[in-house]
Design a protein around this ligand. Structure first.
Ligand SMILES: *Cc1c(COP(=O)(O)O)cnc(C)c1O
Length: 410
C-alpha cells in the first residue's frame, strides 16, 4: 500500500511549479522524436502483415526487416540489427566487441572503466571466455572533470594502434556526469581527424530520445542499446539493438548468428508487434521518465540531499542519482520505490550478489518485464557514498507516486 506523507503533497506542488521550464523542454524534444518515429513507420508502410511471426530459421521475416529499417531511420544509421536473440544490452555489447576485435587488436575505453557487466567480457575481471583470453588488449583513459581527456586521447590515438574506441554515455554505477551529444561530437571529430579507421562504438544505453540527435549523426560508427530500456518503450519483452555502419552491423549479425547467415536468419516468434509498439511509445515513455527524474531531483534537493543531475541541468540520459550517505537510507528509498510500484509491491528488495557485479546491489524494479529499467526502478551498489540510481517510469504520474512513497519510507 502507498504510504505518502501528507507534508510532501504541498512540497510537490511547489516543486512542480519550479520545474515547469524543464518539463516544457522535455515535451518539445518528445514532439521532435515522435515525429521521427511516425515518419519512419509511414515510410516503411507498416501494416498488420508486419505483426506476423516466423519460426525455425526465420527466413523472410518482413516484420523483422521493417523493424530494422525503422530503427536505422530513427537512429540515423545505415543499417541496424534489432533482435530478441540478444538477451539484453550486455549481450549486444558483447557481440559487437567480439565481432569487431581480433587477436592482437586493442580496445580503448575513453570514458574510464566501463559498466560493471563488461568487466568479465573485457577481462578486467578474469574469465576464460573474455576478450583478453583471445589476446585482445584493453586500455582505458579516465574522464577529466566530467569531460574527455582530449590530450591523453590525442596522444594514444596518434601513437598506438587502436582498433575500437568505446564510449559509454551513461554513467553506470559511477559518480561522473553522463555525456551529452555535443561532447561526443567534439571528441569524435578529434579522433577521426587523426585516424579515420578507428571504429568508434557507443554504449548508448539510457540515452536514446533524451536528445533529438543520435551519436551516429555526429560521426560515431556504431551504437548499442537495450530494449528493456529506452527504445523498448516498456513494451518490448527483451532484446537489444546494434545500429550504424552497414559493414559493422553485418559483422555483428554474423557473430550473433553464424558466418554466412548473418541478418537473414532469426525467428521472431511473435514479438514483432511488441517491438513496433515499443518504439512507437518510446519517445513518450522516455519523456515521462525524464519528468519523473526531474521531479525527484528537485524534491530530494529541497529535502537536503545531493542530487545529480540537478533539476535544471542538461540531461544526457534518464538516470537520476541521489546521494544518501548511509546504506540504510539508500535501502529504504529503494524499498519505497518497490512498494510504490504496480508489480511485486509486496516484496521487499534486499541487497544481493548479482551476477556480473562486484558489490552487493539493491535493486527495486516492480516491473512487468523482469529487470526492465525503463519502468520505474531504482538500484545502487552498497558502497559509499551510497548513491541511488533511479530511472524510468512509463507514466509521470506513476513515477511521481513511487517517488513520494519512497521519500515517505525513509
Ligand atoms: C544497462 C546498461 C548496460 C547493460 O544493459 P542490460 O540491458 O542491462 O544488459 C550497459 N551499459 C550501460 C551504460 C547500461 O546502463
Amino acid at each position: 500500500m502507498l504510504k505518502i506523507d501528507t507534508r510532501l503533497i504541498e512540497l510537490s506542488k511547489e516543486v512542480e511549479k519550479e520545474i515547469k521550464e524543464q518539463i516544457d523542454l522535455v515535451d518539445q524534444n518528445c514532439m521532435i522524436n515522435s515525429r521521427k518515429v511516425l515518419e519512419a513507420f509511414q515510410e516503411n508502410k507498416i501494416s498488420d502483415v508486419h505483426f506476423g511471426s516466423t519460426t525455425g530459421y526465420g527466413y523472410g521475416d518482413i516484420g523483422r526487416e521493417s523493424i530494422e529499417k525503422i530503427f536505422a531511420k530513427v537512429l540515423g544509421a545505415e543499417d541496424s540489427l534489432v533482435r530478441s536473440q540478444f538477451i539484453s544490452g550486455t549481450h549486444a555489447l558483447t557481440v559487437a566487441l567480439f565481432a569487431f576485435l581480433r587477436p592482437g587488436d586493442t580496445l580503448l575505453s575513453i570514458t574510464g572503466k566501463p559498466y560493471d557487466t563488461l568487466d568479465e567480457i573485457i577481462g578486467i575481471v578474469p574469465n576464460n571466455s573474455s576478450l583478453k583470453s583471445f589476446n585482445v588488449n584493453y586500455e582505458q583513459i579516465d574522464l577529466k572533470e566530467n569531460d574527455f581527456n582530449y590530450e591523453e586521447i590525442e596522444k594514444i590515438v596518434k601513437h598506438s594502434n587502436i582498433k575500437v574506441i568505446e564510449i559509454q554515455r551513461s554513467k553506470g554505477y559511477s559518480t561522473r556526469e553522463s555525456l551529452c551529444i555535443d561532447k561526443l561530437e567534439k571528441v569524435i571529430k578529434l579522433i577521426k581527424s587523426i585516424n579515420k579507421e578507428i571504429i568508434i562504438m557507443i554504449d548508448n544505453c539510457y540515452c536514446e530520445f533524451v536528445e533529438t540527435i543520435s551519436p551516429l549523426e555526429v560521426g560515431a560508427d556504431v551504437i548499442v542499446g537495450s530494449l528493456i530500456k529506452n527504445l523498448g518503450g516498456g513494451i518490448a519483452p527483451n532484446g537489444a539493438y546494434i545500429a550504424g555502419r552497414k559493414d559493422l552491423v553485418e559483422l555483428a549479425a554474423e557473430r550473433l548468428t553464424a558466418p554466412g547467415q548473418g541478418k537473414e536468419v532469426g525467428p521472431t516468434l511473435g514479438i514483432n508487434k511488441s517491438i513496433l509498439q515499443g518504439i512507437y511509445m518510446a519517445p513518450s515513455v522516455v519523456a515521462n521518465s525524464l519528468k519523473t527524474a526531474i521531479f525527484a531531483s528537485c524534491m530530494l534537493e529541497k529535502l537536503g540531499y545531493k542530487v545529480s543531475p540537478k533539476f535544471n541541468d542538461k540531461r544526457a540520459d534518464i538516470v537520476q542519482n541521489i546521494e544518501f550517505g548511509e546504506a540504510d537510507k539508500l535501502i529504504k528509498y529503494c524499498q519505497g520505490i518497490q512498494m510504490g510500484s504496480a508489480i511485486d509491491s509486496n516484496s521487499i528488495p534486499e541487497p544481493w550478489d548479482m551476477p556480473g557485479y562486484n558489490d552487493k546491489i539493491i535493486m527495486a524494479s516492480g516491473s512487468f518485464t523482469q529487470g526492465s529499467s525503463i519502468e520505474i526502478s531504482c538500484d545502487g551498489p552498497i558502497r559509499p557514498p551510497y548513491i541511488a540510481y533511479m530511472q524510468g517510469s512509463l507514466t509521470y504520474e506513476y513515477g511521481k507516486l513511487a517517488v513520494l512513497n519512497a521519500i515517505s519510507n525513509m
